[in-house]
Design a protein around this ligand. Structure first.
Ligand code: ARG
Length: 571
């Protein structure tokens, strides 16, 4: 509810309670006849030793002038029994918010909260030589939305793709390639072929365990800079990235850094040395670890008995490197919930090393993508390939366009924007910790809570403006009655709430707050359009209503942009 915060602040002053307690007591009445907000005075009776209706009357008397002073457009403060009911001046509120959106345009909702501070966002981070999984898709989509939202809140996001391009698996891959692979096969079909080699390695290793040793040896060579190993590794990485980049391009996602795990190969000695110096490194069954018993956590593995470093070691090196390079105010890691323990351990080790910035590091976990209610697994070949999913979505949208709007210009481009948008939105409307069920059919419907529905609503708003010959104009004069009624008011209050929603989405690292908001706005708008005649006879009334349409289109588009979706003007 708009102005709730300001009203709560003024109330808190008068009744001498803290803001949070008052905000909790403020209700939104079910019946709009009881006001836009209501404040029950029962709880104050004990401390003030007066009957609740008496308190209500006294508080209301002081409150009315205080609210005026604070610039809250209240039309009426009414006392009914023990309740103080507030009625906002809906015309004034509507005029204010429409003017704000139409003048600020896509800047509406910007804030300087972040003060330009750097926030590193570790996102996407697929593993080289393996298909891009649905988990990595979730990380990409959630991480990118968070980056956009934080940017709007005045932070400087640094998008880092911490590629999985290092580790013993690359030794195994080199062995498999040399035994069963060929250059042509990899070139022709890089990721499936590399995956085939990797799977074959594991099959063969069951019967020939000596392969495992060879794999370790080749990884050792790679770590030590052996030329042949390095060349093969570089080539696998390049070929994989070429494939991943097609997907990123289609999704409109760019990174500020592609420093993956390999980048830290020569930066881990520093970590190991520092851990030693600080007396944190101990031997445990031949390996070097940092004990975390006091936190009820298993030890963090730093070095294996053969001297090879590990995933956690690379994350420690990366954290120090990121703090050195960016002096981050916050460091986010958008990685699936399975890695909870890993990040807890890494953050604790940094804390034990004496780094205060560890407090500002956050693992942003998310749930799984399920297929028919079951987990997908790479091993059993039960993967859904992202490329195929995107392509299928785009093809399906093309069919819909060909049927419904055969003369649409740029139909292919629009199909891409809608197909890709459907997949992104399906993820972001759900709270990230929930598992989500993969259903292309559900994602692609134009009705219901989907990306295409919101994009379609936006395009519809634009078409209304086009057909009405609306000329952009931020000078708002609202004739009496132009925006009366619950349908217009619902749209107005949502528009007013946009900045708060962005802030909440950013502070809670929760893009779904924005996803749900956009659905609400689209629904409220469609209801408004169905019930109120926008093209009214009276020219001034028509202009005012068109301005509400224009403001809605602007906020829908900006909201979609923040989530990573395009909003075509026509579809
Ligand atoms: N490549 C890893 C995986 O697929 C994710 C990396 C996440 N980022 C990190 N800094 N550890 O599991």
């Amino acid at each position: 509810m708009p102005y709730k915060h300001t009203i709560a602040t003024q109330l808190a002053n008068i009744v001498n309670l803290d803001l949070e307690a008052v905000a909790k007591m403020l209700e939104t009445p079910k019946d709009p006849k009881m006001g836009d907000l209501a404040f029950p005075c029962f709880q104050l009776a004990k401390t003030l030793r007066k009957a609740p209706p008496v308190i209500a009357a006294e508080v209301a008397e002081q409150l009315a002038p205080a609210l005026k002073e604070a610039g809250v457009p209240v039309a009426n403060v009414q006392v009914v029994g023990a309740y103080i009911n507030f009625f906002l001046d809906q015309q004034a509120v509507a005029g204010d918010v429409i003017a704000a959106v139409l003048t600020q345009k896509e800047q509406y909702g910007h804030s300087s909260l972040g003060g330009g501070a750097n926030v590193t966002i570790d996102l996407s981070s697929p593993n080289i030589a393996k298909p891009f999984s649905m988990g990595h898709l979730r990380s990409t989509v959630i991480g990118n939305a968070l980056a956009n939202i934080l940017e709007k809140l005045g932070y400087n996001p640094v998008r880092i793709n911490h590629l999985g391009d290092w580790g013993t698996q690359f030794g195994k891959l080199i062995v498999a390639y040399k035994k069963w692979g060929s250059e042509e096969a990899v070139r022709a079909n890089p990721i499936p072929e590399l995956l085939r080699l990797y799977v074959k390695f594991h099959d063969e290793a069951k019967e020939h365990p000596e392969l495992e040793d060879q794999g370790r040896e080749w990884f050792k060579k790679l770590e030590d800079g052996d030329e042949e190993a390095a060349q093969l590794w570089q080539w696998f990485r390049d070929e994989s990235l070429k494939e991943f980049n097609k997907t990123y391009e289609l999704m409109g996602i760019k990174f500020d850094s592609l420093h993956g795990e390999a980048f830290y190969n020569d930066k881990m000695d520093r970590v190991v040395k520092e851990l030693e110096e600080k007396g944190l490194l101990v031997e445990d069954e031949g390996a070097m670890v940092v004990k975390l018993d006091e936190y009820d956590m298993p030890p963090c593995l730093i070095k294996k008995s053969d001297g090879a470093t590990l995933y956690a070691t690379r994350d420690l090196a990366a954290a120090l490197y990121r703090q050195d390079s960016y002096q981050f105010a916050k460091a986010l890691y958008v990685v699936g919930g399975e890695q909870r323990l890993h990040f807890k351990q890494v953050f604790k080790v940094l804390e034990k090393m004496g780094y205060d910035f560890a407090k500002e590091m956050h693992h942003i976990p998310f749930g799984m993508m399920l297929k028919d209610g079951k987990k997908m697994s790479t091993r059993k070949g039960k993967v859904i390939l992202l490329d195929e999913v995107l392509q299928n979505a785009i093809d399906d949208v093309k069919k819909v366009i060909a049927e419904k709007n055969p003369t649409l210009e740029n139909a292919n481009k629009v199909a891409e924007q809608v197909g890709v948008g459907a997949i992104i939105f399906h993820d972001l409307k759900n709270f990230r910790l929930n598992d989500i069920n993969f259903s292309l059919e559900e994602m692609l419907t134009f009705e219901g809570e989907t990306g295409p529905y919101v994009q379609y609503t936006h395009a519809r708003a634009n078409s209304i403006l086009r057909k009405a010959g609306y000329v952009e104009n931020a000078g708002v004069t609202l004739p009496e009655g132009a925006l009366e009624g619950p349908e217009a008011w619902a749209v107005v209050t949502l528009l007013l709430n946009f900045p708060n929603i962005i802030q909440r989405a950013g502070e809670d690292f929760d893009p779904s707050a924005l996803g749900k908001y956009i659905i609400d706005l689209a629904q409220a708008f469609n209801k408004f359009y169905a019930n109120v005649r926008v093209l009214a006879e009276d020219e001034a009334v028509k202009q005012a209503r068109l301005q509400l349409v224009a403001a809605t289109a602007t906020v829908l588009k900006e909201g979609l942009r923040l989530l990573g979706l395009e909003a075509p003007a026509e579809m």
